[in-house]
Write a protein that binds this ligand. Structure first.
Ligand code: NAP
Length: 501
C-alpha cells in the first residue's frame, strides 16, 4: 500500500516564482498542489532579506505581477517590507496559503520511472510523491560565507546580510562590512549612520548610477487604484526603459557600445559629483565594462565614503583575528561587528538548489557541471520528465524578475494545454530541442558585453565555473514572451501515464 502523500504537483519555494507557478497551475485546473518552503513564511528573498536599506532596485510598477498590480506602492522603488506585504496579499487573493508548508526543507527529488512520478524527499525522512515537480528556488538563495582564515575565531558579532539580526544594536560599534555588491550599496549608508567606525572591504568596485526615487503621492495611488490603465501605462514606460538598458547596453554591446560607454560615464560622473578625493575615486572606479556584473542605483553610497568615520579598504584580507581584520600589507583594524555582504553561491550549490535525479539516473547538478549549464527555454531539461526548473540557466529574462516569472507561466500554459489536448500527462523536452536552444543562446551571447566586452576583472556571478555567462537569457523579453507562447510543441515528447505502463 502507498504510504506517501501524493499531489498533482509539488512546487519547491514560496517566493514570487513559486507563487506565480501555483497561480498558473490553478488556472489550468491543477489544484492538488503542495508548495514546500524551507523558511517559516512566504515571500522568498523578500522574507529572508531584511537588512537596513533593503528596497527593490527595479521600479515597483514593473517589479510586480502584471495581472495583480499594486496601486499603493509608497515609492517608485518600494522598501523591502512592502514587497513582503505584497507577496502576502497575492497569496491571500489567489488562495495559495492553504497549499503552503513552511519549514519543509526539500533535500532532493527522484523520478520514479515505474510509477511515472516524482518522489520528493523532505528533511526528517518524509517522502511526498507528485505527478509534476517545479523548482522555484530562486537565483540568490544560498548565502556565500567567505572562507577567510580565522573567521571562526572572531569573538564579536558576525552577520550575513540574509540573516539580519534586528535585535542587534549597531549604535557606537566598530563595524566592518565585507563586500560591495548591490546589497552592500544599500546597506553601507544605513550602517554608517549608526556605527562609530565603519571599514568597508572592497575587492571589486561596482558601477553605481543615481537613483531617481520619489514617494508616490496619495492622489497618484488613488488614480492607479481607480484607473488601472494609468498604472499599466506607467509600467509600460518603466518596462521599456529597463528593456532598452538591458538589450542595448548589455546584450547588444557589440552593436551599441556607445550606450554602454554612456552608462559607465554616467556612473563616473555620479562618483565625481559625490567624491572630491581623486585617490578615493580611483579606488571606487571599476576597471571592467558596464554590465559585466550587476550595476546598481544609489544616491548616498559614494558619498558615505567621504564621512570621517567611514574608510574604504582595498587591501586583500589575509586573516581575521578574534577582534580584528588584518590585510596582506599587515594593516590591522579592530572591530566588534563583522557584516558579511558577500552575496550568494549560484554555480556550486544553487543550480539546482536540491538534488534532482531524472530518468536513467541523470543527476541534474552533476550533468550541468560535467557538461554545460543548460535548460530549454530556461525551464526544462532532457531526461527530466514532468519537471520544470524555474531558476535555470538562461531563464532570467530582462531586468525585472517578474518578466521571467510571467514568461514561464505562459510556457506552462502552452505546455499543459497541449498535454491536455493530447490526453497526455507526461512530458519531456527532446535532446535536440534543448541542444538547439543552447546553441542559439550561446551564439547570441557573442554580441553581449559578457563575451564582447572586458569582464575579466569583474568577478561577476553571471559567469560560471566554465567561464560561461549562463544566467541571463540573451534575448529581449519580447522574444522570451513570444517563444513562451509559440515554442514548437514537438520540442516536447508527450505521452500518457497509462500508455507508458
Ligand atoms: P554580490 O553582488 O555577489 O556581492 C558580493 C560582494 O562580496 C562582492 O563585492 C564580492 O567581491 C564580495 N566578496 C565575496 N566574498 C569575498 C571575500 N572572500 N573577500 C572579499 N570580498 C568578498 O552579492 P549581493 O551584493 O548580495 O548582491 C547579489 C544580487 O542580489 C545583486 O546582484 C542583485 O541582483 C540582487 N540584489 C537586489 C537588490 C534589490 O533589487 N533590491 C538588492 C540587493 C541585491 P567580488 O565582487 O570581488 O567577488
Amino acid at each position: 500500500m502507498d504510504q506517501n502523500v501524493h499531489h498533482d504537483a509539488v512546487i519547491v519555494g514560496a517566493g514570487f516564482g513559486g507563487m506565480g507557478a501555483a497561480i498558473q497551475l490553478k488556472r489550468m485546473g491543477l489544484t492538488d498542489i503542495a508548495i514546500l518552503e524551507r523558511e517559516d513564511a512566504l515571500g522568498g528573498t523578500w522574507h529572508v532579506n531584511r537588512y537596513p536599506g533593503l528596497a527593490v532596485d527595479i521600479p515597483s510598477v514593473s517589479y510586480s505581477y502584471s495581472f495583480e498590480p499594486n496601486p499603493y506602492w509608497s515609492r517608485l522603488f518600494a522598501p523591502g517590507a512592502e514587497l513582503e506585504r505584497y507577496a502576502g496579499h497575492v497569496a491571500d487573493k489567489y488562495d495559495l496559503r492553504r497549499h503552503m508548508r513552511f519549514g519543509a526543507v526539500v533535500e532532493g527529488a527522484r523520478w520514479d520511472e515505474d510509477a511515472q512520478r516524482w518522489v520528493v524527499s523532505v528533511e526528517g525522512g518524509e517522502q511526498i510523491t507528485a505527478r509534476y515537480l517545479l523548482t522555484a528556488t530562486g537565483f540568490l538563495s544560498q548565502p556565500h560565507l567567505p572562507d577567510i582564515p580565522g573567521i571562526e575565531s572572531f569573538e564579536g558579532k558576525v552577520v550575513h546580510t540574509t540573516a539580519w539580526d534586528d535585535s542587534y544594536d549597531l549604535t557606537g560599534r566598530r563595524a566592518a562590512i565585507i563586500g560591495t555588491g548591490a546589497t552592500a550599496v544599500q546597506l553601507i549608508p544605513e550602517v554608517a549612520r549608526r556605527v562609530a567606525e565603519l571599514t568597508v572591504y572592497q575587492r571589486t568596485p561596482i558601477y553605481v548610477v543615481p537613483k531617481v526615487d520619489v514617494p508616490i503621492p496619495g492622489p497618484v495611488q488613488k488614480l492607479f487604484a481607480r484607473i488601472p490603465l494609468a498604472q499599466r501605462a506607467a509600467r509600460a514606460v518603466s518596462g521599456s526603459v529597463l528593456e532598452l538598458l538591458m538589450v542595448s547596453a548589455v546584450l547588444h554591446f557589440k552593436q551599441a557600445k556607445f550606450l554602454n560607454k554612456a552608462a559607465a560615464a554616467a556612473a563616473r560622473a555620479h562618483l565625481r559629483a559625490q567624491v572630491g578625493d581623486a585617490e578615493l575615486r580611483r579606488k571606487l572606479t571599476p576597471d571592467y565594462d558596464f554590465g559585466c556584473k550587476r550595476p546598481t542605483f544609489s544616491n548616498s553610497y559614494y558619498r558615505t565614503f567621504t564621512r570621517p568615520h567611514v574608510r574604504l579598504e582595498t587591501g586583500t584580507i589575509e586573516r581575521i583575528e578574534p577582534n580584528a581584520i588584518v590585510t596582506a600589507d599587515g594593516s590591522r583594524t579592530e572591530i566588534d561587528t563583522l557584516i558579511l555582504a558577500t552575496g550568494f553561491n549560484l554555480w556550486d550549490v544553487n543550480f539546482p538548489a536540491i538534488e534532482v535525479i531524472g530518468r536513467e539516473g541523470r543527476n541534474l547538478g552533476k550533468w550541468w557541471r560535467d557538461n554545460r549549464f543548460q535548460a530549454y527555454e530556461g525551464v526544462s531539461v532532457p531526461r527530466f520528465p514532468n519537471f520544470l526548473s524555474l531558476a535555470s540557466p538562461y531563464s532570467y529574462s530582462g531586468l525585472s524578475y517578474f518578466t521571467t516569472i510571467e514568461s514561464q507561466m505562459a510556457h506552462m500554459d502552452r505546455l499543459f494545454g497541449e498535454l491536455r489536448r493530447r490526453g497526455a500527462d507526461v512530458f519531456e523536452v527532446t535532446e535536440q530541442a534543448n541542444a538547439e536552444f543552447l546553441d542559439r543562446m550561446t551564439a547570441k551571447l557573442g554580441d553581449s558585453v559578457f563575451y564582447g566586452g572586458s569582464c575579466q576583472t569583474a568577478h561577476s556571478y553571471y559567469f560560471n565555473q566554465h567561464g560561461e555567462a549562463a544566467i541571463l537569457r540573451p534575448t529581449s523579453t519580447v522574444n522570451a514572451f513570444r517563444e513562451a507562447h509559440s515554442f514548437p510543441l514537438d520540442d516536447y515528447e508527450m505521452r500518457s501515464y497509462a500508455g507508458a505502463r
